[in-house]
Design a protein around this ligand. Structure first.
Ligand code: TXA
Ligand code: MG
Length: 320
């Protein structure tokens, strides 16, 4: 059962980094909890995270970096962000910031949002993996959906023990914090703590010189956890589960396209591969949304495995 737990010797770290860069998943230690990491620039690799975790929804993921100058390439580091970064990075703090147009980070990793959640973890093994991989790493907690976040390599192994394809796990010992990072949304005027963690509201306020609200205390935002995120929604109307397409519509196809002369046609996966479809979803939805179509017609996607998350996302997009 423990066969895939690997000691963090230099050559193993280099191998893990190479695997990550090439699109494979590796469970990595951080000071908060173990993360299930993937190359954040690679849509296919990010899709595998949702698949392995069996997540029925595409929640946006935290993107991990080794250096502040790397973070700077992908998000707009405003003054508040720089102050918090100086005070708490590397460390158990995640900042939600506006994404730079030029950032090549997978749209699936950020669930199509215009913001990115970024952090520099404080764990030597993790930082070494990040430096060797030379790509940012998207990493949610390394547990199957609905189960507890792992703080030991053995916990990660247990979580995925019945999986035919368990990830390599780099053993970094017990996570010193043991609780997920504090998430602070700095993408709007008022900073808001979206998830409490080891970095306290008091500590954040002291650095910023202004009070920070906990998410549930702010009355101007919805309270239900499911509403926590502003989701990406296309501006064009979306028609789901279509069996034919109209000439003024863009067709978001899956496998063999339905009959009809669509204005544009983009295929989520010609071979009917759900992981590939997930990897392409936000990218292709955006392309059609920015085209001269009058609406987007989406073919039925099987509601199995990662197809559940694809359908969840499409239904939300159609509803808004
Ligand atoms: O300590 C941690 O943060 C761990 C380690 C592995 O770094 N990671 C972690 O990831 O807890 P995860 O996927 O379990 O939690 C990420 C949460 C999402 O559920 C979402 O609420 C929030 O981060 N998030 C990510 N991107 C966001 C964005 N653009 N806007 C708002 N919230 C975001
Ligand atoms: Mg989690």
């Amino acid at each position: 059962m423990n066969s895939q737990i690997i000691t963090p010797l230099s050559h193993n770290i280099i191998e893990a980094a190479a695997l990550l860069k090439s699109g494979r998943l590796v469970a990595i230690p951080t000071e908060t909890v173990y993360g299930l990491a993937a190359n954040a620039l690679d849509d296919r690799a990010v899709a595998k995270i949702y698949e392995l975790k069996n997540r029925p929804q595409f929640n946006p993921l935290i993107i991990h970096f080794a250096e502040l100058r790397d973070v700077d390439q992908h998000v707009v580091l405003n003054e508040k962000a720089l102050r918090l970064a100086k005070a708490f990075w590397p460390g158990p703090m995640t900042l939600v910031l506006p994404r730079k147009e030029s950032s090549p980070i997978s749209l699936l990793a950020s669930a199509g949002l215009n913001t990115l959640a970024v952090r520099i973890p404080n764990h030597q093994v993790c930082l070494e993996i990040l430096r060797h991989a030379q790509v940012p790493l998207a990493a949610p907690s390394a547990n199957p959906s609905q189960s507890l976040s792992p703080t030991l390599a053995e916990h990660v192994a247990l979580g995925f023990k019945s999986n035919p394809n368990p990830p390599m796990i780099i053993d970094g010992g017990t996570c010193s914090i043991g609780l997920e990072s504090t998430i602070i949304d700095l993408s709007e005027e008022t900073p808001v703590i979206l998830r409490p963690g080891a970095i306290t509201p008091e500590a954040i306020s002291a650095v910023l010189g202004e009070p920070v609200a906990l998410f549930h205390e702010t009355s101007h935002r919805p309270k239900a956890p499911g509403m926590l995120l502003r989701h990406y929604a296309p501006t064009l109307p979306l028609r789901l589960n279509v069996s034919s397409v109209n000439p003024d519509e863009g067709l978001l196809a899956f496998a063999e396209p339905v009959p009809g002369d669509a204005l544009h046609m983009l295929n989520l996966s010609i071979t009917g591969d759900l992981t590939e479809a997930a990897a392409n979803l936000f990218k292709l939805m955006r392309m059609l949304d920015h085209s001269d179509c009058k609406g987007i017609a989406v073919m039925p996607i099987p509601k199995t495995g990662i197809g559940l998350a694809i359908n969840d996302r499409l239904e939300r997009a159609a509803y808004q």
